[in-house]
Design a protein around this ligand. Structure first.
Ligand code: NAD
Length: 528
């Protein structure tokens, strides 16, 4: 029997009139559970519950909040293997990758547990006597969160954990692609002792459903005229991020927007080609290209372009693909959903229209058309051939647009200047990589690349929980996740002055500035 799940609002399980099913991405007949499509009223109720809990949670001492974050980390660590299997089944990534997804949340908890004992403010000298100046970090209040499904644990943890430790309450709408993984994550957070209403979860889709209802809450005020949401944090496509940015802007709310990418990987003439090919293969096809940090364009310096292409093609032909739970050694599994498969299918038309050369790849993997390394039943889910395009130029839509599937472009350039120019000519700037051992070229790349994250002699993917994650241009609005940097997104600075003089002292007016004496001239000593 299919298990039914509920929204979690104010500590209560709440069902919705409509539901949707979550499937095993590698075997679409395997239903994981039935989830509610939260209604507008339920999304609003979740905001009310979060508002009700905000005052007490915001005033809970930060070290105590940190202790709860530590307990969340321990609960996830205990359930790591089971949660990783659920993520692999629901989302379709390999078990090794799913363990990494879950581990990132554990690392994030470790980091932010101790942040509860820091959250430093400053004491600052005043212009006046008997007056003290201080700064405090204050919570923003109620945070609306919407996330994509390709990292169902890591990416939500990057938002939820720092938002909680800094004293905010939350309404989270997880991706409809991974509701079961999200539910499990929330239950582990609840187990750690979060008070009722601090973390509320509403399930459902995006446009015209729970996602859009939650975004609409940015525009709404309660009966006392107070905003329903004080902050919004979104990870997903650039198109939806723009819509959220517009609504947030007119409400003077500063959103966190972590969006798409079309990431360049440059291979220079002197690169270690074996290392570059393995990094490029992972960047292009790891997770079936369904990472925001997947490589989109491999930019090849002319002297090694042919040799790199030969080796890269051979490595691609040797990839194994299939059901990641049954065949743990596959490089990648199925598409997360049919929508991603359809948009990836459509990119074959762009390539043709662009006049690029299809070097490898034949669309959907079927019983009749499958790469030699395919394992399992290709009809059980949506699987795609690893696809390579050659003769791609910066102006082409193949070069410019994010595909989010197993496909990669090869672009030939002459030298580091052309390589960086090509890399910078997309309207995204999330991740980037350059393979070279020439210090000058590496320096040029580091200084001139337009990206939030860069690797030298490493792939475009791979975040660590204590480094800032985020992009520039179409990849976001400049906010950062992880490490100390994310704290800026969930707090505001409160400047306080405490005057013990017992009289009115005015800054810049009642101040004993020292008057300068008459000017001294060094030339006088020299008798000039
Ligand atoms: P998407 O924007 O379609 O969906 C993401 C989330 O937003 C889902 O929860 C969805 O239900 C919701 N949503 C969709 N339309 C909405 C709307 N109109 N109003 C409110 N909510 C809505 O993204 P996707 O296509 O599912 O995910 C892939 C995209 O996410 C890619 O562009 C990828 O690069 C990006 N991504 C970025 C990061 C990052 O950290 N920068 C990480 C993962 C994925």
């Amino acid at each position: 029997m299919t298990r039914r799940f509920s929204n979690l609002i104010g500590g209560q399980s709440v069902d919705s009139p409509s539901t949707f099913l979550s499937h095993n991405s590698s075997n679409l007949e395997d239903v994981i559970g039935e989830f509610p499509e939260a209604t507008l009223e339920q999304v609003r109720d979740a905001c009310v519950a979060a508002r009700r809990a905000a005052e007490a949670w915001g005033r809970t001492p930060a070290p105590i909040r940190g202790q709860i974050i530590g307990s969340i980390g321990k609960a996830i660590e205990r359930e790591k293997e089971a949660l990783s299997r659920l993520v692999s089944r629901e989302m379709g990534k390999t078990l090794k990758e799913a363990r990494g997804d879950v581990q990132e949340a554990i690392d994030t908890c470790h980091f932010f547990q101790s942040e509860g004992r820091r959250l430093y403010g400053q004491t600052v000298p005043s212009e006046m006597h008997r007056k003290e100046l201080m700064t405090y970090r204050r919570p923003l209040g109620v945070v609306g969160i919407i996330t994509a499904g390709n990292f169902p644990i890591a990416v939500p943890s990057w938002k939820i954990i720092p938002a909680l430790v800094t004293g905010n309450t939350i309404v989270w709408k997880p991706s409809e692609d991974c509701p079961a993984s999200s539910y499990a994550f929330v239950k582990l957070m609840e187990e750690a002792g979060l008070p009722e209403g601090v973390l509320n979860v509403v399930f459902g889709g995006g446009a015209g459903a729970a996602g859009q209802f939650l975004v609409n809450m940015i525009d709404e005020r309660d009966e006392r005229g107070r905003k329903r949401l004080d902050k919004f944090a979104f990870t997903g496509s650039t198109a939806v991020g723009r819509q959220i940015g517009e609504i947030a802007g007119r409400n003077l709310l500063h959103p966190t927007l972590e969006l798409g990418g079309k990431n360049p990987l440059i291979v220079m003439a002197d690169a270690d080609l074996e290392n570059a090919v393995s990094g490029a293969l992972w960047a292009a096809f790891g997770t079936g290209g369904q990472r925001c940090t997947s490589a989109g364009n491999i930019i090849l310096d002319a002297p090694i372009a042919e040799e790199f292409t030969r080796r890269f093609l051979a490595a691609t032909q040797a990839i194994t693909i299939g059901d990641p739970l049954k065949y743990p050694d596959v490089l990648y599994g199925p598409f997360i959903n049919e929508r991603f498969f359809n948009s990836w299918q459509a990119h074959y038309d762009w390539g043709k229209a662009d006049g690029a050369t299809l070097l490898y790849g034949k669309g959907r993997i079927t019983r009749e058309s499958k790469p030699s390394g395919f394992q399992g039943d290709p009809t059980a889910a949506f699987y795609g051939w690893p696809t390579i395009w050659a003769d791609v130029q910066p102006g082409m839509q193949l070069f410019q647009k994010e595909v989010f599937g197993p496909t990669i472009n090869l672009v030939r350039v002459n030298g580091i200047d052309e390589a960086i120019e090509a890399a910078n000519s997309v309207d995204y700037g999330l991740s980037s990589a350059c393979y070279t051992n020439n210090r000058e070229w590496a320096y040029q790349f580091k200084e001139r690349i337009q990206a939030g994250m860069s690797s030298i002699n490493n792939s475009t993917t791979g975040a660590e929980a204590h480094m800032p994650f985020g992009g520039v241009k179409g990849s976001g609005n400049g906010t950062r996740e992880s490490g100390i940097w994310v704290i800026e997104s969930y707090t505001y600075w409160h400047a306080v002055n405490d005057d013990i003089s017992g009289k009115l002292q005015l800054a810049q007016m009642d101040t004993d500035y020292i008057a300068p004496k008459s000017p001294f001239s060094v030339a006088e000593i020299d008798g000039v």
